[in-house]
Design a protein around this ligand. Structure first.
Ligand code: ATP
Length: 406
């Protein structure tokens, strides 16, 4: 094992008012209630494995990562670690706000027991990876933006060549360039045999990166095992949780639109989805498509840089179940797309095998690893499929032969 959790429990004392803590201390009478953040956590992360933690907000993922990293202690149970551990927890943890970036890097190195040449080497590698200017590195870290902070934290955490890397949602912070660089660094460490334990709300990323995963729900393990099984179970739970919202506001999920949803305004999107459309013999973007009609999906994207990228799509049902998805990444030997300017992807579905029902599209642009989503337009372009010519029913037509009818 690389990390073993043995029957972990974590309780937090919760005070209704801040002064209750003082009163409790003065009077010796309990004035808090106990919040059980984790209970019955008992599993191992194997050496060389990339293990994902998923779950709703407040489920206990970060608490478990902090216990794994040793920054907080469990109330009961114990955690065992093997190898050099680096942790990237909430922003700011482990840093001295008044000290400069440079001094914080050195402090980190000292924490790992490095001195002399090894310390200088660590500092040089962390500084280079952070891409922060000399001027920035001389400033107290309390003046850093969250992106700068992330760069420093990631650079310092991974400069020791960790054997075990614990990461809390880090990949969602910072600019896209650094997110990608961090992701590559994680992949590189993983390639060298490092164990990675991380939590993420990005299920796509968990699916792509992790061999196994655990779904934490209300502080307990709801499911653990192969990533696909665990993520699918979690998605089903999420669908049930949001089902009532969709019936309350059905239009929100299926708003008809000819163009892709605008990308998040705060992100600089390197490859933006500009248009998504379908074409059949009946014309462009018909609201209704017949089963077994030829259908062509057309996606237009615009790339603002020269970085290679992929385009992916999925046919989705209104309850968010994916019927079929694919990506240019799956085209085998073909290299990723690249080049500044407009690009177009056309996918033909000969004799569309969907049967009657409502369907939508989700479209993505992804980096060349296929792991980082650059832009997405989900649940757009609703269309109705009508199966008028055949009596078979269901979601899709499955090729079949009646071998015997006696
Ligand atoms: N220091 C603390 N004192 C009291 N309660 C805490 C403390 N830290 C966490 N909690 C509570 O413990 C529970 C688990 O929190 P945690 O941050 O581990 O959840 P999470 O799964 O990481 O959530 P998110 O996805 O929102 O980051 C929550 O109910 C949270 O409010």
């Amino acid at each position: 094992m690389a990390i073993a959790f043995k029957n972990i429990e974590k309780h937090y004392a919760v005070y209704a008012r801040p002064q209750d803590r003082l009163w409790e201390w003065v009077t010796g009478r309990q004035r808090h209630r106990v919040h059980v953040a984790l209970a019955g956590i008992d599993f191992e992360v194997r050496p060389g494995e990339t293990f994902g933690l998923i779950g709703e907000n407040g489920a206990g993922k970060s608490t478990l990562l902090k216990i794994a990293a040793g920054t907080i202690r469990p109330t009961r149970g114990e955690v065992m670690r093997q190898g050099r551990v680096a942790a990237l927890l909430e922003l700011g943890a482990g840093f001295h706000p008044e000290e400069s970036g440079q001094d914080n890097i050195r402090f980190m190195a000292a924490l790992h027991g490095l001195e002399g040449e090894a310390l200088e080497d660590f500092a040089a590698r962390a500084t280079e990876f952070s891409e922060l200017s000399a001027e920035t590195l001389q400033r107290p870290v309390k003046t850093y933006s969250s992106g700068m902070f992330m760069r420093l934290a990631f650079a310092a955490a991974t400069a020791i060549e960790p054997e075990v890397l614990i990461v809390d949602e880090a990949l969602s912070v910072g600019d896209l360039h650094f997110q990608k660089k961090s992701l590559n660094r994680i992949l590189e460490l993983r390639g060298r045999g490092a164990t990675v334990l991380f939590c993420s709300h990005n299920l796509y990323q968990v699916r792509s990166l992790c061999q196994r995963a655990a779904w934490i729900h209300g502080g307990r393990i709801e499911a653990i095992g192969h990533t696909e099984d665990v993520v699918t179970a979690y998605e089903a739970h999420e669908r049930r949780r949001y089902a009532h919202l969709r019936t309350d506001a059905p239009d929100a999920a299926v708003a008809p639109t000819q163009t892709a949803a605008a990308p998040p305004a705060h992100a600089s999107v390197p490859v933006k989805i500009m248009r998504v459309g379908i074409e059949t013999a009946d014309g462009i973007n018909p609201a209704q498509v017949d089963s077994f009609q030829d259908l062509t999906l057309e996606i237009e994207v615009e790339s603002y840089g020269d970085a290679p990228f992929h385009v992916g799509f999925a046919i989705v049902r209104p309850d968010k179940d994916n019927v079929f998805g694919s990506s240019t990444q799956f085209l085998g030997s073909r290299p990723p797309m690249r080049g500044v300017g407009q690009h177009r992807v056309r996918v033909r579905f000969p004799r569309l095998p969907l049967l009657s029902g409502e369907y939508l599209w989700s479209v993505y642009t992804l980096d060349d690893s296929g792991l980082q989503v650059l832009d997405m337009a989900e649940l757009i372009q609703p269309f109705t499929v009508l199966n008028q010519k055949h009596r078979e029913f269901g979601l899709v037509w499955l090729e079949h032969e009646w071998l015997q009818v006696q």
